[in-house]
Design a protein around this ligand. Structure first.
Ligand code: SAH
Length: 219
């Protein structure tokens, strides 16, 4: 079903995702229209499937990016602070930057330096203002530990599967705040982790997925 959303242009891809109700918010549709996937997935940018970007990483399928943005949307207000763990191609980092606007800040973290260089290059070609203004910062680090020096965060997106919920990431969520994270080895599900204004944490299992795992970096 999902790949029926593929399009010939970025606009057609977004309109197909809207038609399939995988995007249902105007703000997500606008952000995905603004960020052309051709800068991040040059081979088949408008195909609704994951694609290799090197170093055992893949850029996730457009419908997964749509799910993540829709799920985190209540926390992606103008001026919000966001952490994108396993930022890979930088595509979703750019979407978040689009959503949180000029007063917002998005930190993309990946443990592969070459992917951090790739995402920086991609964003420079797409929208250099995000980097020049400091609205987007890419960091090379183990994302399982979060990036505490820039936190806490209104929203945390994790783009690779963790065996269990990393405590450091929960600690770096604002109260209130929300995390979207695939958890599991073998069978995986996306979990929505909500911290309320009193700091109470609740988790909700959303749907089954197949993500690459969060790993130690091979030297
Ligand atoms: N959101 C990205 C997904 C990339 S795939 C995109 O759509 O382009 C998952 C990414 O997680 C890879 O780039 C991989 O290098 C990264 N990753 C895996 N383990 C990690 C870890 N421990 N810390 C940070 N990044 C990690």
């Amino acid at each position: 079903m999902a790949w029926s959303c593929s399009g010939r242009t970025n606009a057609e891809l977004v309109s197909n995702l809207l038609g399939a109700k995988l995007i249902y918010s105007q703000r997500v549709a606008d952000a995905m229209r603004h960020v052309d996937r051709a800068y991040y997935a040059p081979n088949m940018p408008y195909q609704d499937s994951p694609q290799p970007i090197g170093y055992d990483a893949t850029i996730s399928a457009p419908h997964m990016h749509a799910h993540a943005a829709e799920n985190l949307l209540p926390f992606l207000y103008e001026g919000a602070k966001v952490l994108d763990v396993g930022s890979g191609s930088g595509y979703l980092t750019a979407i978040f930057a689009q959503l949180v606007g000029k007063e917002g800040k998005v930190i993309g973290v990946d443990h592969i330096p070459q992917l951090v260089e790739l995402s920086t290059r991609n964003l420079k070609n797409d929208n250099p203002d995000f980097l020049n203004s400091g609205n987007v910062v890419f960091v090379t680090a183990d994302g399982r530990k979060g990036v505490p020096e820039h936190g806490p965060y209104d929203a945390i997106h994790v783009g690779a599967a963790a065996p269990t919920l990393p405590k450091a990431l929960v600690d770096q969520l604002k109260a209130p705040g929300r995390m979207f994270i695939p958890i599991g080895t073998g069978l995986q599900s996306v979990f929505q982790i909500d911290k309320d204004k009193n700091g109470n944490v609740q988790q909700q299992e959303l749907f089954g997925v197949r993500y690459v795992p969060l790993t130690d970096r091979r030297s």
